[in-house]
Design a protein around this ligand. Structure first.
Ligand SMILES: Cc1cc2nc3c(=O)[nH]c(=O)nc-3n(C[C@H](O)[C@H](O)[C@H](O)COP(=O)(O)OP(=O)(O)OC[C@H]3O[C@@H](n4cnc5c(N)ncnc54)[C@H](O)[C@@H]3O)c2cc1C
Length: 253
């Protein structure tokens, strides 16, 4: 079935850190979001004519996590990594003004933290902060585990409310003395019992470094892990889709 398309209008822009901007949106009809309660729910922003989709074509689209959709109030927000002048969505978000419009397709989503597990592992970079933040908000107060997030520098750290027994670590990629995301995840003392993991961010680190660690070395069952690349260094989202297809093909050989 065709995914619903919703027109959104920017109502405000808020700088969250030197590298991230939050856009607040209003939509006349957010009924597509009713009942989609996954904490990683996301939409495709359509940069181009949405009518192309009805004609079976594919306009340029970019994938973003949706924050606090409220179908009654007709509001939602999206946090964008501003990663320079390259690309489409990042530069668009950094200059968007109230009154600007964008159509989105979706939402979709797959993950919500399982409240019955023994502990949780969240790992990612800036692009995953919105999904991680919403997942932490959905955890019971007595949840345990780790959150590891890589950002450019200490000035890029954002407020992140987490249950007391979740140990939160921020990594700074501009600091050569600090480990990368994968190395930091490997260094965490592994806990006993069942883990539910949510790991998303730059694809090389996530899929080639952290994924084998969780599945092969730690033997975590596939269904207890939500893991994927959210973006790939040096590739646009279109070129990244090819990278993912090649990886999937290589793994099915
Ligand atoms: C399910 C899902 C949810 C996502 N949620 C979010 C979200 O909430 N917020 C968010 O910011 N991103 C999110 N992303 C990632 C986002 O879709 C990509 O970063 C996307 O490539 C951005 O599009 P663009 O047009 O700005 O850059 P593109 O045109 O795709 O790429 C241009 C260049 O910018 C580089 N680039 C792209 N993204 C980044 C980045 N994050 N950091 C540094 N360099 C980058 C690329 O490597 C490329 O060289 C999500 C991705 C997925 C799959």
């Amino acid at each position: 079935m065709a995914q619903p398309i919703t027109l959104l209008t920017v109502t405000a822009s808020q700088q969250l850190s030197p590298g991230m901007v939050r856009l607040h949106f209003r939509g006349d009809d957010l009924s597509a979001f009713v009942g989609v309660d996954h904490t990683d729910r996301y939409v495709k922003l359509i940069f181009g004519d949405p009518a192309l989709l009805e004609q079976g074509q594919r306009p340029t689209m970019r994938t973003y996590t949706v924050i606090d959709p409220d179908p009654v109030e007709g509001t939602l927000a999206i946090d964008f990594v501003v990663h320079g002048t390259e690309g489409i969505a990042g530069p668009w978000a950094s200059t968007a003004l109230p009154g600007d419009t964008i159509s989105v397709r979706g939402p979709n989503g797959a993950y919500s933290p399982d409240p019955t597990v023994d502990w949780h592992l969240f790992a990612g970079d800036e692009a995953a902060i919105p999904a991680i933040r919403q997942s932490l908000a959905a955890l019971p107060d007595d949840a345990e585990g780790y959150v590891v997030i890589e950002v450019d520098a200490a000035t890029h750290v954002q407020p992140l409310a987490a249950p007391d027994r979740l140990e939160v670590t921020w990594l700074y990629r501009s600091d050569p003395a600090q480990p990368g995301l994968a190395e930091a995840v490997r260094a965490l003392p592994w806990r006993s019992g069942r883990v539910h993991a949510f790991v998303h961010g730059e694809a090389q680190a996530v899929m080639h470094e952290i994924r084998p660690y969780l599945f092969r070395e730690r033997g975590v069952p596939r269904n207890d892990v939500s893991i994927s690349g959210y973006w790939r260094k040096g590739r646009t989202e279109e070129a990244f889709r090819e990278w993912k297809a090649q990886l999937a093909a290589a793994e099915s050989d």
